[in-house]
Design a protein around this ligand. Sequence first.
Ligand code: ADP
Length: 259
Amino acid sequence: DPDQPIIEEVEQEVAEWAENQQEQIDQYERFAEYRRRYVGDISHELKTPIFNIQGYLHTLMDHGYEDKKITKSFIKKAAKNVERLQTIVEDLSAISRLEAGDLMFDPEPFDIKGLAQEVIEEVDLKAREAGITLGFKEGAGQGFIVEADRESIRQVLINLVTNSIKYGNQGGATRFGFYDMDTYILCEVSDNGIGIPEKHLPHVFDRFYRVDKSRSRQKGGSGLGLSIVKHIMEAHQQTINVRSTAGLGSTFGITLGKA
Ligand code: ADP
């Protein structure tokens, strides 16, 4: 039959087309599921502060302004929750810009230790209030010149150091360490805070993932800080890693390209 080879060819093509189509459908469904979860997570996160604000305002409305002290403290608490909403919305918008890839990264050579020093000065007051000292590991050398977007690496260091304060203990210490790994520079932020139990470690970079929800919220966390860090490092084609022991402390390490 002279037609046979042609039929086989066509059948093969149809099979390939169907397979391709199925792949696209699967991909679309995965994306739809991802988006559903994303929206669900966000509305869930926004609900708590909104309910809190509603609660404080309604109590104030119902019971009038009898006690000045209580009135003042309720207004303060409502304001704190507005602040939380603001943090969540700002962090979400940072993530969406990072995910869309429309953030302008402007890589330049700079001294990573110098940037760490700036970050230390920026958050020093917050650290002192928590009874935590910030500084460098003994023997941390000089001249670690890396090439990256300085502004976003500043954000990364701020998020890591702020976490070490939020999850640190009174009298604790946060230390920067720098290591020349030949092909790249490793920058580590180590604390001796509450640490992270092993089973939680693989998830801490997921959006809204928290080991201890109430501690994170009480410290004003959005649950997005490490997710932002991970996005920034991925945009640099670099990595972030964590080692931690519950009760002893944590070390977060980022890699950076040498200039
Ligand atoms: P959050 O706003 O909750 O701090 P992050 O994304 O920055 O959100 O961190 C996610 C979770 O990882 C935190 O809620 C906390 O449980 C844990 N975590 C982050 N950094 C540290 C740290 N230095 N020590 C202990 N736990 C940490």
